[in-house]
Design a protein around this ligand. Structure first.
Ligand SMILES: [Zn+2]
Length: 131
């Protein structure tokens, strides 16, 4: 056993440094890959700079990796997500498609807008749209 050669305390210490170094390597790699994969415009929206963070993540890791993952990444991610999902607009668009039923003038038969009070062609007063 290795513990017989160097002692249990040394082994725990060795394991501790091993976990730290592997951990910081994973954080470094994660931050680097993440910073590269995000689009330029998402950084711009988050008032940041993609090139800057890639360079910082390569050369000043793991300190900058942690700063990136905890401070910059959430902002860039939010900026990226905000461009794709705008629930308010989607809801309004689907209502707009479904709401207006076709209406026609009772006198001349020409199509009239749903909110109109009079026919645009013959001037016939139209019944108010019943909901
Ligand atoms: Zn009419």
């Amino acid at each position: 056993m290795l513990s017989d050669l160097i002692g249990a305390d040394a082994l725990v210490l060795l394991l501790f440094f091993f976990v730290i170094s592997v951990g910081s390597f994973v954080v470094w790699l994660w931050a680097l890959i993440d910073s590269i994969s995000r689009p330029d415009w998402a950084y711009e929206r988050a008032r940041s700079n993609k090139m800057l963070w890639i360079i910082l993540n390569i050369f000043l890791a793991p300190i900058t990796s942690l700063i990136y993952l905890f401070a910059i990444r959430p902002q860039v991610r939010a900026a990226e997500a905000g461009a794709y999902s705008q629930p308010g607009q989607v809801a309004a668009a689907s209502v707009g498609v479904a709401a207006p039923l076709p209406r026609f003038c009772g006198r001349c038969g020409s199509p009239v807008p749903s909110g109109a009070a009079f026919c645009g062609r013959c001037g016939q007063a139209l019944a108010s749209p019943t909901p």
